[in-house]
Design a binder for this molecule. Structure first.
Ligand SMILES: C=C(O[C@@H]1C=C(C(=O)O)C=C[C@H]1O)C(=O)O
Length: 356
């Protein structure tokens, strides 16, 4: 078959695909009307998860899972935009890893609003100026993002899904490598590249800034002073810097987990994760007794963090992630048992345990 003939067939298929996508859009529009009538959330992570899982299971063709996800991400992004003028607040500025994570989850058809700090992301969603927010919660090399943890204490919002993003840090500058005297970056990124910095720039000044895009901007503006930045390729692109070295993070699989926060929690999908916070009474054995609740009901606890309560010195708040959904009988019973040993137990959300 010659190229011309194959392309005629592709054109015919695209015509059919467009017709099918238009029919899908009509149905999506109806879904939007029903959701608004019944006061339901526009973004339905449990439905998206089920739909993607079903498509990947059904797939018998050549397309790898990654491509199916990417294609459907944009189809569902278009659907979200048709249902409502969706606005996603994220920790900016434009080009941050959080921005990349937000696009990975919500696609290119919805609106994005960069926020200057973590609390503004929470605030915009709580005030309904944005529909959902995206914030980082932990990195596989550097651990918890304590800012985000702290904001959950007084927030009325729920976690409705998570996003896993592989973080590839690079060295970027507009000057040659030999002229670099100062490295700008976010503290998390410095932490992720610690060995590389010691080996390659043991004498450089390290200056912590609020984001990797801010670091890129400073590297551009202070090039004459020997400035360079560590961050993502998107930041280098936005600020016109050269990527002098790629993939400089100490661990190749360096991944950050982000959370989507919204007004309502997510219904069960069968493969869920639950995040809670709790505070214990100040007496011997409190923490052990609290954690025994998970053992008693055989709940897998995947992580625990502690943070100062900021109300009383040496008083802590514990953050725990569990396997299962808060509506699962076992999890509900364990949480009930936990309450007996704690002064505060707060459900932060149950959401699909997948980040793709
Ligand atoms: C169409 C819906 O709304 C959104 C878009 C989806 C889609 O395009 O399939 C799926 C879930 C929702 O996030 C729905 O809830 O069914």
């Amino acid at each position: 078959m010659n190229l011309e003939d194959i392309r005629i067939q592709i054109d015919a298929i695209d015509r059919q695909l467009l017709d099918l996508l238009s029919s899908r859009a009509d149905l999506v529009h109806e879904v939007g009307v029903v959701k608004k009538r019944d006061g339901l959330q526009i973004y339905a992570p449990e439905r998206e998860e089920a739909l993607l899982r079903r498509l990947i299971d059904m797939n018998k063709g050549r397309l790898p899972e990654k491509s199916i996800r990417a294609i459907y991400r944009e189809i569902m992004s278009a659907a979200l935009a048709l249902e409502d003028d969706l606005k996603i607040a994220y920790l900016g500025p434009e080009g941050t890893y959080t921005h990349q994570a937000a696009i990975k989850r919500f696609g290119h058809s919805v609106n994005y609003a960069a926020q200057p700090n973590f609390s503004d992301v929470f605030d915009q969603v709580a005030r309904r100026l944005a529909d959902y927010g995206v914030v980082p919660i932990e990195n596989s090399t550097e651990g918890a993002v304590s800012h985000t943890l702290d904001l959950f204490v007084d927030s009325p919002l729920f976690i409705c899904s998570q996003i896993l993003l592989r973080i590839e840090n690079g060295l970027m500058a507009s000057i040659p490598r030999e002229e670099i005297k100062t490295l700008y970056s976010h503290p998390q990124v410095f932490g992720q590249c610690r060995s590389w910095i010691l080996k390659n720039f043991p004498d450089a000044d390290l200056v912590e800034v609020s984001s990797t895009t801010k670091a890129a901007q400073l590297a551009r503006d202070n090039a004459h002073l020997g400035a360079a930045a560590l961050g993502g390729a998107l930041a280098a692109e936005i600020y016109g810097l050269n990527l002098l070295e790629e993939s400089i993070q100490d661990r190749a699989t360096n991944t950050t987990r982000f959370l989507v926060i919204g007004e309502k929690p997510c219904p069960p999908t069968g493969n869920d994760r639950t995040s809670i916070l709790f505070a214990i009474h100040d007496r011997p054995g409190s923490l052990v007794n609290a954690l025994k609740a998970f053992d008693q009901f055989q709940i897998n606890m995947s992580k625990i963090e502690s943070r100062p309560s900021k109300r009383k010195d040496w008083e802590y708040i514990f953050y725990v992630d569990l396997a299962g959904h808060c509506e699962d009988e076992k999890v509900a019973e364990a949480l009930e048992e936990l309450r007996k040993h704690c002064s505060v137990v707060k459900l932060l959300g149950s959401y699909p345990d997948s980040g793709e």
